[in-house]
Structures are given as structure tokens and as C-alpha cells.
Ligand binder design. Sequence first.
Ligand code: ACO
Length: 332
Amino acid sequence: MVYAAFRSVGSYIPKNILTNEDLEKIVDTSDEWITKRTGIKTRYIADKEESTSDLGLKAAKVAIERARINENDLDMIICATISPDFFCMPSTACMIGKKLGVSNIPSFDISAACSGFIYALAMAKSFIESNMAKNILIVGAEKLSAIVDYSDRTTCVLFGDGAGAAIISATEKKEEAIIDVNISADGKYHDYLITPGCGTNNPCSEEAIKEHACFMKMKGNETFKVAVKTLTNDVIDILKKNGIKSENIDHFIPHQANYRILNAVANALKLKDEQVVMTVSKYGNTSSASIPMAMSDLYEQNRLKKGDLMLLDAFGGGFTWGSAIVPFSPFN
Ligand code: ACO
């Protein structure tokens, strides 16, 4: 029997910091409002010439090195993003492969908004368990600053840029295996969080550009309510299904959208502060990149050890959601 093991994680944080005070100069907002409603203090913004694949590439290189493999050992690249290098094609995964110098392996993007990393994890696990791949690079990379409307105070304070990556490898050791991944969606909420223009529904036109239709729009308060309920039910279900108690989780690593959402879910699970990984104050919401960025922070602080049990949870546009129970299984 072949299992899928979570071998390594890496991240890349762009160098330009955007503080709440900076945003006060751009839109009618305040550090007090942003801090109180979201917990966010800073976020990082990519350079103009940096594209999403450049961010993903840098995170991928760290993950590859930490997994003690090299690029040529990869047999698949999956990139989760809602801010791809190019509209439609080529995929950001193809661009990351090109920049890594890797060819002749399947490479593709998936679109599941903030749940993208967990969707990518589910796919990697399935490909490995069905013997179709041995070492898969999964990347969550976002240059959200390119699709954020910096005249809309309801969204521009929330999002940042960044990338995270992981190597998922085949193993015969059951104790190293990813225990479970759950992914789901409900399209009836599609217009709660949407980029309404520049797709086939409303093709790019002067009018679409004038209406800022190619930027993200969100019904924040309505999204908040569905997010709290869905995320809570999702983690309760996956723990119950696998007979694991919340006190046995070493690290709860949720998608970092809003500290109030994370606290509500953590309280429902009766988690202690030291079990909850919270990076939203530093990075803001980086969509598909937020979970691997938070995980990589934990690793760099020497707090993510071999055998530690991670509980992942995410919710995003679509709506999509997902959760996973994952032991950290580096080679040594
Ligand atoms: N500064 C000051 N005031 C603001 C700002 C701002 N940046 N933004 C909104 N306001 C105002 C509103 O206009 C409103 O004013 P009004 O009462 O006069 O109408 C008031 O603040 C309250 O607005 P709400 O939207 O009700 O504020 P809320 O407490 O819900 O916080 C937030 C908004 C932070 C967006 C929250 O709803 C949230 O986090 N939502 C969920 C986000 C999420 O999880 N998204 C999914 C993942 S993202 C992805 O998939 C890409």
C-alpha cells in the first residue's frame, strides 16, 4: 500500500510592507478599525515586476531543499491561485516548472480561492495513493495586490501577497501518511466573493475596467457568518470521522482571513492558544498561500517537529472549503 506523506514546507514573503497607517492615506479607514475587525496590522506586497510564479518559485525552492530532493525528482506540479500570471493560459504551475528548469511532468493550476492549498493537498494525496506520482510540488501563490481595488476600503485592507509550497511524497510507512483530507463547495454563494468582470460572463471591456469589475468584491459580513459556521462544522466532522480529539492536535493551522473567525473556530474546538497558529496580523489574507506561509513560519521558529499532528482548515470564494489532518513527516 502506498501512502502520501507531507515532507516539507517553504514560503516566500515579498519585501514591501504595507501597514494600516499606509492604508489610512489611501482610503477612509483607520488602524483602529482594521485591527479591531480583522486583527491585521501589516501585509506584504510584491514588486511590480514580480509575478505570482516568481513568488511561487521562491517558496518552491525552499520546500524542495527542505525535503532533501531536487527539482528532477518532481513528477507533478499543482499550483493553487486566484491571481495567475496569465488570464486563461499558460498556467502558473507551467511557469513555475519553467523557472525551476523542470519539463515533461504534468503541471496545472486549480482555482478554489482560499481553500486552494487544501484542494491541492487532496489532489496530491489522490495521485500518490493511486500510484500516478511519487513527489508532488504543491504551491499556493498569490499576487492579490494585482486584483485588489485600492479605492475599495471594504477589501483593500484585507489582502496581501505571498507564497507557500510543500512536497508531498509516496511512503510505505502508514505512520507518515496524511490521515484525511476533506474538500467541498457550494456555488449558490458564488456572488458573495467574486471578481465579476474580465471572464466570459462579463468579458474585458472599457466599461468593465471603468466599473472596477476585474477586482475582487466581497459581501464581507455575509461571508463572515457562513465562514464561521462552515469552518467549525468542517473541523468537528473531520476530527470525529477519524476518532481524533482536539487536544491531540499539535497545531491548528487555519486559513488566515480574520482573527475573529479563527478565534470562533478555535473556541468551538476548545483549543489552547499554543495549539493555534495565527499569522493574520503580519501577512493579512494571502488566500491559497496563507496556510503554507503560516506552517513555514512555525517550521522556521523550530516549533514544527517530525510527527506533529496538524489540523488544517480553509474557507473561500465559491464558496469552497476544506480541512485536513496531517502528520508532519520530513525524511529525518
Ligand atoms: N475601514 C473603516 N470602516 C470600514 C472598512 C474599513 N476598511 N470597511 C468597512 N467599513 C465599514 C462599513 O462600511 C460598515 O459601515 P456602516 O455600518 O456605516 O455601513 C462598517 O464598517 C461595518 O462593516 P461590515 O462589513 O459589517 O464589517 P465586519 O465586522 O463584517 O468586518 C470584514 C468586515 C473584516 C470583511 C469581515 O466581514 C470578514 O472578515 N469577512 C469574512 C472574510 C472571509 O473570510 N473571506 C473568505 C476568504 S477570502 C477569499 O477566498 C479570497
